[in-house]
Structures are given as C-alpha cells and as structure tokens.
Design a protein around this ligand. Structure first.
Ligand SMILES: Nc1nc2c(ncn2[C@@H]2O[C@H](COP(=O)(O)OP(=O)(O)OP(=O)(O)O)[C@@H](O)[C@H]2O)c(=O)[nH]1
Ligand SMILES: [Mg+2]
Length: 398
C-alpha cells in the first residue's frame, strides 16, 4: 500500500543487456541477481530505496522484453503489466540500434504518456557510435546516458540519477491524498485534537486542518473531540479510523477498541511527507540507545517554549523513561544549523514538520540519513516510547 506513494522507476530492455546490473550500480546494493545467462530475472523485482538528491523511490527490475517460449511469453506479459505501475521508464540497451523490442517499448511508453530515458550500457565492451545515439535523441527528444556497470568509480550512476530526477513527472513526488488509501466514501473518521496550553489561540494547528480537509475531499464524515471526551464519543459513534494527536496517544489507544485502526497526525504526515520506511527503521533504533548517547531534536518552528514543551521536555522525558538511559538531548529550532558533527548523534528526531514541505523535510534530515544515523519524528518516537508504535503503523500495512 505504502509503496504506491513513491515514484516507481521501471527498468526495461532485452535480456542480458544489464538491467539488473544497472539497478545494482545505481543503488550500490545487490538488489537483483546478475548473470551472464540471458533470462536471469524472471519476475518483477521491487526495491524501495532512497536515491541521493531525489528521495525515496521504488525500482522495478523486469524480465527481458525479448524472452521467448511459453514461459518466456508469460514473463514478457508480466513485464508489460509492470509498465502500468511506473512513473518513469529506464530503457537499457547494449547496442546503438533500436530493435523491434525497443521500438515496441517506446511505442507503449508514448501511448501511455510515460516519461522514459535510455541507458546505453556496456560501453566498455561495445563502444558507442555517437551518431547513432544522436539520431535517436533527435527523433525521440529523450535523454540518453552512456554507461558501464564495470566502471570503477563509486558514484558512477550520478548522471543517470540526475536524468531520472529531471524526467520524473512532478506529480509522482506528491502523494495525492493524506488518507485516501485508508478511507472510502462515507468512512467515519474520528480526530482527537487536544486543546491544551500548547494549542494556538482560537484555531487548530495546520496538520489537523489539512487532515480535516483531506477527509472531506475523500467524502468522509468527521467527528472531532478532545481526548477527555474519548470514552463519551466512542459511546456515540463507531469510527472507521481514529487519528489522534501524538500526546494523547496513550489515552486514546487504551480507549479505542483494537479492531479500529488508530494512528496519529504526526505518523500520517511522516508518511505523507517524509521517508516513512527510513523513519520506521530509525524509530526502532531507540532500543539501541546507551548511556551518554547524544540525541538531536530538530524542531521546525521557532515557537515560544513553554515549561512542558514537547521537543524540549516531554520527548526527552518519555525516551529516557522508556530506555532507562542517561541521554544527552540537544534541540535545534527553525532552520538553524546543526551544531557539530551529525555523526556525533545516535538518533535524530524531527518534528512533524507542519511548516515544511516534504522536500524541505527530507533535505533537513538528509545529512543524517546519508551517514546512516537513525532518524525518526516526534509522533513515531512518542508512540514507540509509549509502547503503541506497532499499532499506530499497522494501519499502513506494517
Ligand atoms: N562488460 C560489461 N558487462 C556487463 C555490464 N553490465 C552488465 N554486464 C554483464 O552482463 C551480464 C548480464 O547482466 P544482467 O544485469 O544480469 O542483465 P539483465 O538485463 O538483467 O538480464 P536478464 O535478467 O537476463 O534479462 C552479466 O554477466 C553482467 O555482469 C557492463 O556495463 N559491462
Ligand atoms: Mg536481470
């Protein structure tokens, strides 16, 4: 379910041209099996990955489009089906002439209005004939990247990733709806919005407003209540989905029957904006924190800090209680620079980022992700420290 929100990039081409090798090179991981035998990849292989400078995407490796025989024909059909799911196609070739299969692929991409780029692979053993590639470029106005999976340099796939970024349609970066996949027309959504000393005067906070609008856009019925009214409200309605403020999670989780999906605004928005898989992984690393470890809290807003501030006081308290460790918390507000080396921290906790766009949020935590430092957000960390994380993410099929 989740994967459907990330841009999907499909790799297509004839057998043995190096499709799987290209994915492995771009991701720096052995995602797909590679061999000299034509027909190694027999089914579509999906891999979620964080691409430098792009963010989370799903790569789809496919079986060769020229496979033959009864079984081969079935594989080709699976490959063709995969085209329906993609936002961008990478057509891999190991020669400079477009053959029947490549022409058919291009025809399909064009018909389905799918952006595509071409990777001319194996240039180390089959030197490029630039005139021929130029002709293809001029005819189809496509980006063509020359490449060899045998090139030694570490960031050899940068050009291809750059072209992927350039050609990915903008819309594929934006999830269409915050909760569209969780509800249907007429679903009853209960939102728990505390009105405490941290709530702004006379209004609701942005994520709550956005969630209300999104629920309305999905033709849902909405009930809104404070956490104190949770028992009362559950006597009156039987919601299909409950979304609560993170700070009321414990109380709400205890009151809402286990068969009713429950999550928090922060978790919903982490999925909407952030790299959800990375955050889920990062959250679980709270278990590995040890005495003396440094934890960085990234607060987007430069709001007035009150005595029970969520970032400064509550989260450190909950995490200290949960881990039983003496941890050293540091908070950075707004767009301030992160002090010192990011690698000094054992965990980064980003706020819900309601004032940030998805891209800003990802850029903010990118240095930590690059250094493989666990990253989570307020809502997920709170849910984890309160022992209700698994319930809160099970709504999304995790
Ligand atoms: N010399 C050279 N060999 C390559 C290159 N890329 C891939 N190969 C080799 O070509 C063979 C096929 O590579 P794969 O990545 O399995 O090709 P594929 O397109 O996924 O093949 P199928 O899954 O069978 O459709 C393997 O032996 C690779 O090591 C390259 O750039 N240069
Ligand atoms: Mg393969």
């Amino acid at each position: 379910m989740l994967n459907s929100m990330k841009p999907h990039i499909g790799i297509f081409g004839k057998r043995n041209v190096g499709k799987s090798s290209v994915i492995n090179s771009l991701t720096g991981q052995e995602i797909s099996i590679v061999s000299e035998h034509a027909g190694t990849t027999t089914d579509v292989v999906y891999k979620s990955i964080e691409l430098y400078d792009i963010g989370p995407v799903v790569f789809m490796d496919t079986a060769g489009i020229d496979d033959d025989g009864e079984l081969g024909h079935k594989r080709v059909l699976t490959t063709l089906k995969a085209i329906k799911k993609i936002d961008l196609a990478v057509m891999v070739m190991a020669a400079d002439d477009l053959g029947r299969h490549e022409l058919e692929l291009i025809k399909t991409f064009t018909k389905k209005k799918i952006a595509w780029i071409m990777v001319r692979n194996k240039v180390d053993i089959f030197p490029v004939m630039p005139d021929k590639l130029e002709k293809i470029k001029n005819k189809y106005f496509c980006d063509i990247l020359t490449f060899s999976c045998k090139w030694p340099s570490k960031d050899k796939g940068r050009d291809i990733i750059g072209a992927i970024k350039e050609n990915l349609p903008e819309k594929s970066f934006n999830m269409q709806s915050i909760m569209g996949d969780l509800v249907q027309r007429g679903s009853h959504v209960l939102m728990i919005c505390p009105v405490d000393s941290e709530a702004p005067e006379g209004r609701l906070i942005l994520p709550q407003v956005q969630a209300i609008r999104d629920a309305l856009d999905n033709d849902c019925i909405i009930t809104i209540a404070k956490e104190h009214e949770i028992d009362l409200v559950l006597k009156k309605i039987n919601p299909d989905l409950v979304i609560t403020d993170s700070q009321a999670f414990f109380k709400v989780s205890a009151a809402v029957p286990a068969d009713i999906p429950l999550t928090s605004f922060s978790i919903l928005f982490a999925r909407f904006k952030g790299d959800f898989e990375t955050f889920i992984h990062g959250t679980r690393q709270i278990d590995n924190l040890k005495n003396g470890d440094k934890v960085l809290i990234l607060e987007s807003c430069t709001h007035h800090v009150n005595e029970d501030d969520i970032g400064m006081v509550k989260i450190p308290r909950w995490i200290r209680n949960y881990t039983g460790m003496q941890l050293d918390f540091e908070t950075v507000s707004g767009f301030d620079e992160i002090p010192g080396e990011i690698s000094d921290y054992k965990l980064v906790i980003q706020c819900g980022g309601c004032m940030f766009t998805g891209k800003q949020l990802l850029n903010r935590v990118a240095p930590a992700i690059e250094k493989k430092i666990p990253v989570t957000n307020y809502g997920m960390a709170i849910a984890y420290a309160l022992g209700i994380f698994d319930r809160a993410i099970s709504v999304f099929g995790h």
